[in-house]
Design a protein around this ligand. Structure first.
Ligand SMILES: Cc1cc2nc3c(=O)[nH]c(=O)nc-3n(C[C@H](O)[C@H](O)[C@H](O)COP(=O)(O)OP(=O)(O)OC[C@H]3O[C@@H](n4cnc5c(N)ncnc54)[C@H](O)[C@@H]3O)c2cc1C
Length: 324
């Protein structure tokens, strides 16, 4: 890292997500990128190529999700640490309560802190294997994300965010109790939330309205929309199925029409519609005051870069450099 980048990185490290998204930014809105832990060395190399492409675009922050498996977990902690120490990026580490005792959670938070990571996304996580299956708390662990927020807060000077769900979490009996839970997590000390990926912008605005109505103070905290340009119908269907969310009928219709009725679906047309849809959503979110746009990159760069460019964010020629 150059000397200048080194000092930018050090300055970025101690900042909070809320500070970063409130700071002056060059495009129409701050944006952020989510990565997931690679399973092997080849995937790790691809992740790093994506990291370096996005780094040039100066995102407000990047985040690294947290998986259920032991080896992947170790790799996740290592790579999140490297993101924080070897790039200029403000890094959020996701943390879940799955299969962890409170002592292990404490140790994990400590491991992140040692790498200078002070921004954590506190999540309950899903049962490994079947995300929609029965949730079982670790006997010495925590039951809900709100308890994880409190635990992290008790351990030092951290900045914590939580998950929110424009369509309601699949385990919540109704939208009212789902909103209550988000408010509970914010009151517990979370400074912002990042939403599950959604495809109907009105769901996001309705969630925002519900939180403001339930508690104006908590409703003033940033509600960061999660976006993902659809590039494959099968991936989008699987992702929504696993997270208990939906693809709205009109979106599905546009994608199915793009797929065509030939023997092979028209992948390029699906991708184009997916990027158009994401751009339209991003534009409406900007117009109506979303504080930041969070892109689930799946460790790819091209589709997200295309959306960013179309909404007026300087991608610094990333599209020419991006290989995937
Ligand atoms: C932005 C984002 C990032 C994510 N990253 C990851 C990741 O890195 N790794 C991963 O494994 N998963 C991740 N997830 C998925 C997430 O872990 C699951 O959706 C999980 O099922 C819910 O997590 P939560 O933190 O919202 O749980 P909670 O807030 O604990 O809520 C879980 C359910 O319990 C209910 N509930 C909560 N508190 C109470 C209470 N006191 N009384 C009664 N009911 C209550 C809620 O209404 C909800 O239905 C992410 C989700 C999002 C939106």
């Amino acid at each position: 890292m150059s000397e200048r980048n080194e000092s930018t990185a050090v300055a970025a490290r101690g900042q909070s997500v809320v500070e970063r998204i409130a700071a002056p930014h060059s495009g129409p809105v701050p944006f952020s990128v989510e990565f997931f832990p690679p399973r092997d060395e080849a995937a790790e190399a691809r992740l790093w190529r994506a990291v370096r492409v996005f780094e040039r675009m100066n995102p407000a922050f990047v985040s690294m999700t947290y998986g259920a498996g032991g080896t992947t977990r170790d790799r996740t902690v290592r790579i999140a640490g490297e993101l924080a120490t070897e790039t200029t990026l403000l890094t959020i580490a996701h943390l879940t309560a799955v299969n962890h005792s409170i002592d292990e959670l404490r140790a994990l938070v400590g491991a992140y802190a040692d790498k200078g990571i002070v921004n954590l996304l506190a999540l309950r996580g899903d049962p490994p294997g079947d995300p929609l299956g029965t949730w079982t708390k670790h006997p010495q662990g925590v039951e809900y994300a709100s308890e994880l927020v409190e635990l992290i807060d008790s351990l030092g000077d951290f900045h914590t965010g939580v998950a929110s769900f424009p369509e309601g979490h699949h385990r919540s009996p109704d939208l009212a109790s789902d909103t209550e839970n988000l408010v509970r997590k914010l009151r517990a000390g979370a400074e912002y939330s990042v939403t599950q990926v959604f495809f109907d912008v009105d769901d996001y605005f309705r969630l925002r309205d519900r939180v403001v109505a339930a508690d104006p103070e908590q409703g003033a905290k940033p509600l960061i929309p999660g976006l993902m340009p659809i590039t494959s119908l099968a991936t989008a269907r699987r992702m929504t199925e696993l997270s208990g969310s939906t693809i709205p009928a009109d979106v599905e219709k546009r994608l199915v029409e793009a797929a065509g009725d030939g023997p092979e679906e028209d992948k390029a047309a699906i991708r184009q519609v997916g990027i158009d849809l994401c751009t339209e959503m991003a534009q409406r979110l900007i117009d109506e005051g979303a504080p930041c746009l969070h892109f689930c990159s799946l460790n790819f760069t091209k589709a997200t870069s295309e959306v960013l460019e179309r909404i007026g964010i300087d991608t610094r020629g990333a599209l020419e450099r991006a290989s995937v």
